[in-house]
Design a protein around this ligand. Sequence first.
Ligand SMILES: NC(=O)c1ccc[n+]([C@@H]2O[C@H](COP(=O)([O-])OP(=O)(O)OC[C@H]3O[C@@H](n4cnc5c(N)ncnc54)[C@H](OP(=O)(O)O)[C@@H]3O)[C@@H](O)[C@H]2O)c1
Length: 253
Amino acid sequence: MITNTNHLDGKVAFITGGNRGIGFETARELGKLGANVVIGARDLQKGEAAAETLRSEGIQAESLKFNITLAEDRQAAYDFFDQRYGKLDILINNAGVQKEIEHLSPMNQTSTVSPAVLYETFNANFFSLVETTQQLLPLIRKAPAGRIVNLSSALGSLTLHANPASPIYGVKLLAYNSSKAALNSFTIHLAHELMDTPIKVNSAHPGWVKTELGGKYAEIDATEGSRTSVKLATLPTDGPTGKFYHLDDELPW
Ligand SMILES: NC(=O)c1ccc[n+]([C@@H]2O[C@H](COP(=O)([O-])OP(=O)(O)OC[C@H]3O[C@@H](n4cnc5c(N)ncnc54)[C@H](OP(=O)(O)O)[C@@H]3O)[C@@H](O)[C@H]2O)c1
């Protein structure tokens, strides 16, 4: 059981796609720091099971039915945080999809990737994420020091993709990579709009993480993979905004 008080007491965090993988571990770590964590899950039963696991560890956790692509779920999320907390301190835009690897061999079918895969990927990773953030922003403005963390990927870096010496140079998944590049653009643009507010907006590369999305050959576990999200969610007043990080390392756009 967690008995210490610490710096996230009184804060509420919403983690989309928080029922498993990096999102679940991010919820756990923020909860250990004292935050009330709300797990967004498109399957409410899975969300509630995840929240129950955290509650059994002494964390203040709730679940909310949240499919990022559904306008009614985005509205319901706004209503939930408005009525229950009157604010939102931390938004972890974690839910994301990667729909290409199972179809791809070799890892570059840029000339043939289907419009459906492009659309579904952008819908979850970019359009719906932008709409979620826009919808919840009035509540984030009501928090004393809002933090928005966008789960991007090193695969979203155009600079790394253009560099033959980069370790990700060969991983050319057009839909996923360009959706994360677009998300990085959102980070820069929103941080610019909010630069005169206490709100900080940053992109996170979690590392290559053993999850359903990352696969079994990935390098780190989901707890390690949550570190960058937690770090960016708990930035101090003089911390960065409009940047792209993996742990303490700033990544090129
Ligand atoms: N794993 C890596 O190596 C890696 C590397 C770089 C970046 N990332 C990014 O990190 C984030 C988390 O990835 P992960 O590895 O933890 O993936 P994961 O284990 O596959 O989990 C993805 C989560 O997103 C949820 N989700 C998918 N579509 C959704 C939708 N339409 N509405 C709401 N939730 C939805 C899933 O819900 P269900 O359980 O219902 O499917 C699940 O909770 C993603 O944005 C990913 O792009 C991961």
